[in-house]
Design a protein around this ligand. Sequence first.
Ligand SMILES: Cc1cc2nc3c(=O)[nH]c(=O)nc-3n(C[C@H](O)[C@H](O)[C@H](O)COP(=O)(O)OP(=O)(O)OC[C@H]3O[C@@H](n4cnc5c(N)ncnc54)[C@H](O)[C@@H]3O)c2cc1C
Ligand SMILES: NC(=O)c1ccc[n+]([C@@H]2O[C@H](COP(=O)([O-])OP(=O)(O)OC[C@H]3O[C@@H](n4cnc5c(N)ncnc54)[C@H](O)[C@@H]3O)[C@@H](O)[C@H]2O)c1
Length: 453
Amino acid sequence: MTYDLIVLGAGPGGFDAATAAAGYGLKVALVEKRSLGGTCLNRGCIPTKLWLGATSAIDELHNQSKLKIASGEVVVDFAALQARVAKHLAGTRKAMAMQLEKLGVDLFEGFGRLAGEGTVEVEAADGIKTLKYANLVIATGSKPIYFPGLEPDGDCVLDSDMFLAMETMPASLIVVGAGFIGLEMAQVAHRFGAQVTVVDAMDRVAPLEDPEVSKALLSIFKRWKWDVQLAKRVAGLRTVDGKGVLTMDSGEKLTADKILVAVGRGPVTEGLGLDTVGIEVAMRRIEVDENLQAAPNIYAVGDVNGLIQLAHAAAHQGHHLAAAVAGKTDGPYESGPVPSVLYGAPEVMRVGRMENEIFLSPERCEVSRAQLAANPMAQAHASTQGFVKVVWADGRVAGVTAVGHDVSRLTTPATMIVAQGWTGHDLHSVMFPHPSLDESLLAALRAERTPVE
Ligand SMILES: Cc1cc2nc3c(=O)[nH]c(=O)nc-3n(C[C@H](O)[C@H](O)[C@H](O)COP(=O)(O)OP(=O)(O)OC[C@H]3O[C@@H](n4cnc5c(N)ncnc54)[C@H](O)[C@@H]3O)c2cc1C
Ligand SMILES: NC(=O)c1ccc[n+]([C@@H]2O[C@H](COP(=O)([O-])OP(=O)(O)OC[C@H]3O[C@@H](n4cnc5c(N)ncnc54)[C@H](O)[C@@H]3O)[C@@H](O)[C@H]2O)c1
């Protein structure tokens, strides 16, 4: 039998491609070497959000106690939390397996590799299986990257996979890399009372965000008494006498119970047999065209194609691919504006263009903004630090960025507004509820615009 579609990898990209294609009536096989759900479910988005969700009351109580309204302590049992995470993930994987069965998707557990045109081999526990395909989707995802001298040793120097598997939360933590993983994990450790140090090679935290966002985050972290060391080059990370020791290029040393290395992730392409179908790997990623195609009838979606490392982007690409293979769409892949959210408290949301990206553009560029301090919901939660910024290009909304408590709530309305390219006139077409954090978005949209220079 020849499958209409074989998918390698059951993360958000592969699982969504497989289930959507089966929903269109195609005969589909899904090959997964480890666990259904991929990085996102098992070692990424979901466990970190379970950690953040379980500890958010600690942060809320702390804010209210500063107003002398509340006192006391929220105690989160880390071992119980880890048990809940394990149970939740197992339950979700079971539900995913049932969904595959219901849709008639054949699941092959094992390492999949290409073996010439139209053929995939699966190295399973009970031997090698050979499968035939008409179309193939590679969705093998990504894994942590390491720089020489900064490799985790699994003892006191950990990557995010190892960090999420810990049995106790350390009393002190050094995070190398102030990106999304580093800052989300550091916030959890902080809520458990850990002394946090953050080190980054760049001169600001969250360096891919708007510089004003980085500044707002830094001021909050400093208030929390984090030691934030920026523009620092790390020469080595080692476990010495049961402690993690970081050595800077300058020779300066920092010590903590654990060190988390979170300096980025890279595509998984090793051993895939890509050369057997003439696919070349550039910068370790599988290059794709505007149809997400890497070779005739072979596509790559999600982290492995290096376009963007977000679960919802992978899933969106997977759905497009399924529709394309089923003949339900013939246009090129269009992502639309891609929202991103850094979770915790504060949160950061961003969609569309940023002020620091737009200033060289030939369009008439303006920004307008609102401070969270003026918003009743931010006031009610005693978390008023932060802002919403709207970027306008030729009188249309081209981007929205926000930082502060709960601003992830603004993501979907902001994404729709950017996708529709609202003008000032469109503000009157929709009513925003009162009181709500959404009104801070409305306030930013209504605020006076200043030219970007
Ligand atoms: C700590 C952390 C937190 C994150 N939080 C978020 C978040 O909040 N929001 C967000 O949008 N993104 C988040 N991400 C990123 C997100 O997890 C990824 O962007 C997403 O999982 C990519 O999906 P994917 O399907 O491309 O690949 P993956 O999820 O990596 O899945 C790939 C799958 O392919 C399998 N595989 C690999 N090679 C083979 C092979 N040869 N044969 C068979 N199977 C194979 C792997 O075992 C894996 O299951 C986070 C990542 C991390 C590490
Ligand atoms: N909420 C979310 O959507 C979410 C959460 C976690 C991860 N992710 C995704 O996972 C991917 C990987 O996350 P990440 O945090 O590892 O990567 P990242 O790219 O977000 O951050 C890496 C950080 O490490 C720093 N860095 C790089 N090399 C360094 C060095 N040698 N020494 C010190 N600092 C160094 C960078 O300047 C950067 O600040 C991201 O692309 C992100 O999209 C998303």
